[in-house]
Design a protein around this ligand. Structure first.
Ligand SMILES: Cc1ncc(C[n+]2csc(CCOP(=O)(O)OP(=O)(O)O)c2C)c(N)n1
Ligand SMILES: [Mg+2]
Length: 789
């Protein structure tokens, strides 16, 4: 047997088509149905077959390019070409999140939009050229802005939660009378393989779609399972997908034969129609085969016999399509072969072109779309008052003019007016200093007023107002259309945030505790933050993800309510991480976070230190030192701006954030009063990216620096800050107090693994006594900071 199965299936197609006898039937009218009772016309059938052949030649040429080391991706669609029918039946304005074998679908969908050349675009992507219109050489993906196909990652099933999220959001936008960037009767399609059905992330997407649909909330999602019976080398038990999915609650299950174009078309037409009409989940189970192994690198003979491989190849869906068009008199065998060869020639010509096209050359080029940041525009937006005109919405965004149409279901007009006046007036006019939870709550009121496209959701955020009452009254004020509880599943919460943001919402999801972000972090790491990168910023999923986190709750709750692992957020490319330590900072930072999402499409994690939510006093009971006034609209804290407390103190610079600021200020008082050490405290506020230059300026100003990191020694902030200092000012004496590399224990033992005031005082004294060089008493360079005394 030839090891080159690409050549084998190519040869087989040519030989078997050549032997097809032309029947003695009259050529049918091209616009008549191919058979009585069906809707597929002859003309459309020929067109679909053409897209199937196009897809096949893309698979074949991919292997040739790989052999020449000029193409970098060989996972193909051979055997799955029946999915072409969805490229026809689903509109190009229906957002579609596609499986890596949906090549024929994509080829046909391309025909819905003038000027798109699927051969050129696919080969540019395979060749990793900067001319690739979707990813610009960053990945081989199916994707297109005009075709509403956001690029997907290689992580199987991870696109399903966001597809469900987008479907729910489409329904929600209709209900809120917000204008969508897609027609209001759009559906969302996502395709995936049979093995992927078993993945927890797929299961949670099916579950959340059903959970939502069972409440009669619209979820126009079309799940398309391209079932080839195998996942790399592991067979899916025969009948498993059907057994698993046929009786899913609130789903309609539609089986289809993906090897027969006519059968597949009829099944898909039914599935699409049901989904669009009923606006509820439909599971289209398209049976396919897999040819050419899992990928070019997969030696299928390691787990299949030659006879098994050849048996599958004999069922090639392209042969079946050829047979149908020839037997029905639509094309002769010669015409089929002529067309097949013409596509081959075109693909080969384009391949010669794409290998000469430019590639990414510098890190700056690679990273250009990763983290767009327009500082001035962001600040202008962050400081924009309610009532001031908004900038035009970012790409794909819902329009701001829609404010007028925002509905708050379930609340009468009179009640709404009463609540509006009560909540907004009292909130904005109450100038008394308050603790952080109250101020964040006010900032969220402000955000939902300012951004009609903002929605806030998570576990318990609605009527209960969140575990810590940070979202209190928002549900009453803005209604269940904009503030709502989700089911208990973090993957769903984040998937919903991503999907809703794809169709123009400004998502403000909440994760109850940092530990539970880890439960679903791939949705942010793999999906949300990679979208602008893999789409050259053509698709965005702007969001501000609020996470209640960090430790110091006086031993209460143990590790999972005191999780201090920040690494999982900090190492996500492009993710902005903010961590305020007090109420006024939280408001100013949140305004900037929302503006970053709105203007630059950014994904922001806003980590709220639980232990400081209700903290009122700083040095002594009743001093109210941690209460703050609500900053007036128009004030915002720009990304990267740090805060220096006691800037006139010149013995030591303590660099810290969140709870560490509180601890360090208290330790600072002890150092001054008992040890005559004057320490300034720098709150870095923004944990990613870190403002290393400013920290270095502050370190140089005293010549001694102590980093107080409440996160773990491994993967916490301390490593990064010390590395930044070593690069910028190695002459400065440095020390680090960090949390131990452990889970946080329950009860008072918490104190033995976390930085404490005593430990900060002790470390500060050691830095001073071990200081090898006299501290430079130079004044701190002005930098971008606000000084507090
Ligand atoms: C989360 C995750 N785990 C493992 C992989 C490696 N992997 C890539 S494809 C694949 C099999 C997928 O099978 P199936 O869903 O049936 O799709 P098919 O390739 O057969 O079309 C695996 C295990 C992955 N991409 N993502
Ligand atoms: Mg499979």
């Amino acid at each position: 047997m030839s090891l080159n199965r690409a050549e084998a299936i190519d040869r087989q197609f040519v030989e078997r088509v050549r032997s097809l006898a032309t029947p003695a039937v009259a050529q049918p009218a091209p616009d008549a149905p191919i058979r009585d009772g069906l809707c597929l016309t002859g003309r459309k059938l020929v067109e679909l077959f053409d897209a199937q052949m196009t897809c096949r030649h893309l698979d074949l040429i991919a292997r040739v390019l790989r052999g020449r080391d000029a193409g970098y991706y060989t996972i193909g669609s051979a055997g799955h070409e029946g999915n072409v029918v969805l490229g026809e039946l689903v509109r190009h304005t229906d957002p579609s999140f596609l499986h890596y074998r949906s090549g024929a679908l994509m080829a046909q969908r391309s025909r819905q939009f003038a000027g798109i050349d699927p051969i050129l675009d696919t080969l540019l992507s395979q060749a990793a050229s900067t001319d690739d219109p979707i990813a610009g050489g960053r990945h081989k993906v199916w994707g297109s802005r005009p075709l509403w196909v956001p690029p997907q990652t290689s992580t199987i099933a991870s696109h399903l939660p966001k597809a469900v999220g987008a479907a729910i959001a489409i329904g929600r936008a209709r209900r809120l009378k917000l204008e969508l960037p897609a027609p209001a009767d759009s559906i969302v399609m996502c395709s995936f393989g049979d093995a992927s059905v078993n993945h927890a992330v797929a299961q949670t997407a099916f579950n959340s779609a059903a959970w939502t649909a069972c409440q009669k909330i619209p979820v126009p999602i079309l799940f398309v399972c391209e079932d080839n019976g195998i996942g790399i080398s592991v067979r899916t038990p025969p009948g498993w997908v059907e057994t698993r999915m046929r009786n899913q609650p609130c789903f309609t299950y539609v089986p289809g034969d993906g090897l027969d174009l006519v059968e597949a078309y009829e099944a898909a037409a039914r599935a699409v129609e049901l989904c669009r009409r009923h606006r509820s989940p439909v599971f289209l189970h398209l049976r396919t085969i897999r040819m050419l192994g899992h990928a070019g690198s997969d030696v299928e003979t390691e787990y299949h016999t030659t006879a098994e491989i050849e048996e599958v190849e004999r069922r090639d869906p392209l042969l079946r399509s050829a047979q149908i068009v020839v037997e029905s008199g639509l094309m002769t065998a010669d015409e089929v072969l002529a067309r097949y060869e013409a596509i081959r020639t075109r693909a080969a010509e384009v391949a010669e072109d794409v290998v000469k096209r430019p590639k990414l050359k510098t890190a700056a080029e690679v990273m250009a779309p990763l983290a767009p940041y327009h500082a001035e525009a962001v600040h202008e937006e962050a400081t924009r008052h309610r009532g001031q005109a908004a900038r035009p919405a970012a790409a794909g965004g819902l329009r701001d003019e829609a404010t007028e149409g925002v509905a708050r279901e379930g609340i009468s007009e009179t009640e709404r007016a009463r609540r509006d006046s009560r909540t907004s007036d009292s909130r904005t006019s109450d100038a008394r200093p308050r603790h952080m939870a109250v101020l964040i709550n006010r900032a969220l009121h402000e955000a939902l007023e300012k951004y009609p496209q903002a929605i806030l959701f998570g576990e318990d955020v609605a009527k209960k107002g969140g575990v810590y009452h940070v979202t209190a009254d928002l549900w009453e004020r803005f209604g269940p259309g904009r503030v709502f509880n989700t089911l208990l599943d973090e993957t769903t919460i984040l998937g919903l945030a991503i999907g809703a943001a794809h169709v123009g919402f400004l998502s403000i999801p909440e994760i109850q505790y940092l530990a539970y972000y880890h439960n679903a972090q791939d949705q942010i790491r793999g999906e949300a933050c990679s979208l602008q990168f893999f789409s050259k910023d053509q698709f965005r999923n702007p969001m501000v993800l609020r996470i209640a986190g960090l430790a110091y709750q006086r031993g209460f709750g143990g590790h999972f309510h005191n999780d201090n692992s920040i690494a999982a957020l900090r190492d996500v490319p492009g993710l902005i991480v903010a961590a305020p330590c007090r109420g006024d900072d939280a408001v100013g930072m949140l305004r900037t976070c929302l503006a970053l999402a709105r203007i630059d499409g950014r994904v922001v994690a806003f980590v709220e230190p639980i232990a400081l939510y209700m903290t009122k006093d700083l040095h002594a009971d009743g001093d109210g030192g941690w209460l703050c006034e609500f900053p007036p609209p128009g004030e915002a804290i720009p990304l990267g701006e740090c805060c220096v407390y006691d800037e006139e103190s010149n013995d030591l610079t303590i660099v810290t954030y969140a709870n560490g600021v509180y601890l360090s200020l208290r330790a600072g008082r002890t150092l001054a009063e008992q040890h005559r050490i004057e320490a300034r405290v720098v709150d870095i506020r923004w944990l990613n990216p870190i403002n290393h230059d400013f920290i270095a300026e502050q370190a140089r100003a005293t010549g001694r620096v102590l980093v107080v990191d409440e996160c773990r020694r491994a993967g916490g902030l301390g490593e990064a800050i010390i590395a930044g200092l070593v690069q910028r000012c190695p002459e400065v004496s440095m020390s680090l107090v960090a949390a131990e590399d452990t889970y946080v224990p329950l009860g008072p033992a918490m104190r033995v693994v976390m930085p404490t005031e005593d430990r900060v005082v002790e470390a500060a004294r050691q830095v001073i006594s071990a200081g090898r060089q006299s501290a430079s008493k130079a004044k701190a360079a002005p930098g971008k900071a606000r000084a507090r005394t």
